[in-house]
Structures are given as C-alpha cells and as structure tokens.
Design a protein around this ligand. Structure first.
Ligand SMILES: Nc1ncnc2c1ncn2[C@@H]1O[C@H](COP(=O)(O)OP(=O)(O)OP(=O)(O)O)[C@@H](O)[C@H]1O
Ligand SMILES: [Mg+2]
Length: 220
C-alpha cells in the first residue's frame, strides 16, 4: 500500500555541510502489516516517517501510495491526501498548546472537513477515557493523557496508515499498553502501521522488524 523506491534525502547543515540521511532507501508496506523500525539515534528514522507521510520531499526517488506518486501532488493536495489517509503519532505528542483537547483532535479535519465530527469526537473521547478532559489545554494533562489525545487525533479521519515515531518513548507501562492495543486493533481492522521504537515489548507485536543502517532498511 506504500512503497519507497530509491529514496534519497540529504539535509543541509551549517556552512553548506551536506548531511546524507536516506540513501537508496527502499520499503514496501503491505495492507494490514505492522512494521517496526529501530536503529541508532540520528540514523534517519524520523526522516523516514516524515518522508513516508508526505511531509518531507526527497531529492530523488519516489514514494507511492497505492500507485499515487505522493510528491507529484501540490502541497495542498498532499495535505488533503495526508488528512484522508495518514495518521501521525509522535513521542513528544506535538499537540497545539493553545487549543483544548477537543480542538487538538478536531485539527485533524482542517485540510479535509468531514460530516459527523461531533459523533466521531465523542466516540474517540470515550475510547481514550478523555471525556472529562475535552476542554483542558495540553499543559493541564498528564503525559499519558497527552499521548491518548495524539492517538485520537491520528485516528480521527480513519486513516489507512499510521506512522508512529517512538509512540511509547515517554509513557508508563499502562499507557504504553493502550498505544500498543490501539495500533494492533488498527491493523486487525485493515490498517497498516509503520512504527519506530526502541522498546522490545512493542516490537514483539510487529509482523516485521527492520533496522536502519547507513540509510538503508534491513530485516532483523
Ligand atoms: N532539519 C534538519 N536539518 C539538518 N539536519 C537534520 C535535520 N533534521 C535531522 N537532521 C539530521 O539528520 C540525521 C537524522 O535525523 P533523524 O531525526 O531522522 O534521526 P532519528 O533516527 O530519528 O534519531 P532519534 O532516534 O534520535 O530520534 C541526524 O543526524 C540529524 O542531526
Ligand atoms: Mg527520531
């Protein structure tokens, strides 16, 4: 359902320094697959997820989503495509600090408005035990609650692919378990997950484990 073909990404550092991160990177994700990626800090795991999700244009190579060339779209088309098909979950949550829980979750609909938002919102607030926190700002939430908001935002538009960047990196075992159960039931219901993790207990549930070495993905 997602394919990276010979993707290259080099960042420009200070004084024109080139920082090669992805090089000839290839990856094919099948529908309903749960794939875990690990690798040393700085090897390019977050860069990989951003590239898969249409947020970072590679210099060379293609990202294909069901035969759609993701980076052949305009930035606006890509934002709508992302809202429809991709959910992101981050270690640091990336909630908007001045928006309530309710509006952080609804932010998922901004590029692609949908009907029945209230019903969907109520459903997710209940699923993640956030009914009594809907009007809180992120700063007034526990760490686990913040990630549950992040999960609700990622799932809001019923995406096909979840890209999760160390989603349990900051969590206690109970909230890690909620994240894991959410991701596994997402794949059971037909979704696909690409997750970066250093947590062996999360990796155990993956269908396929990869490591990143010198910008390439290798099966473990
Ligand atoms: N915007 C940027 N400009 C320049 N260099 C960058 C930029 N973003 C990342 N890098 C560099 O690219 C490399 C890969 O970064 P990336 O964040 O993808 O690593 P990572 O594998 O996710 O690391 P970690 O496990 O610590 O999160 C790092 O060496 C980083 O310093
Ligand atoms: Mg990272």
């Amino acid at each position: 359902m997602l394919e990276l073909a010979q993707v290259h990404k080099t960042y420009c550092g200070p004084r024109g320094a080139q920082i090669p991160v992805l090089s000839e990177t290839a990856l094919t994700l099948k529908p309903k697959e749960f794939v875990a990626v690990r690798g040393p800090s700085g090897c390019g795991k977050s860069t990989l997820l951003l590239t898969c999700g249409g947020l970072l244009t590679p210099e060379r190579g293609k990202v294909l989503f069901r035969d759609l060339d993701v980076y052949a779209q305009s930035a606006q088309q890509r934002a709508r495509w992302r809202a429809r098909h991709i959910g992101f979950v981050f270690q640091q949550f990336h909630l908007i600090p001045y928006l309530s829980v309710r509006h952080n979750i609804l932010a998922a609909t901004l590029p692609q408005p949908r009907r029945e938002t209230q019903t969907r919102l109520d459903e997710l607030l209940t699923e993640f035990g956030l009914q009594d926190r809907a009007d809180h700002l992120p700063a007034a939430l526990s760490v686990g609650e913040r990630q549950r908001v992040g999960m609700a935002r990622a799932l809001f538009n019923e995406p096909d692919l979840i890209l999760a960047d160390e989603p349990t990196g900051n969590l206690d075992p109970e909230n890690s378990d909620i994240v894991l159960r959410t991701l596994t039931s997402f794949t059971e219901a037909g979704g696909t997950v690409l997750m970066v993790t250093h947590d062996p207990s999360m990796e155990r549930f993956a269908d396929r484990r990869l490591t990143m070495e010198a910008g390439a993905l290798v099966a473990v």
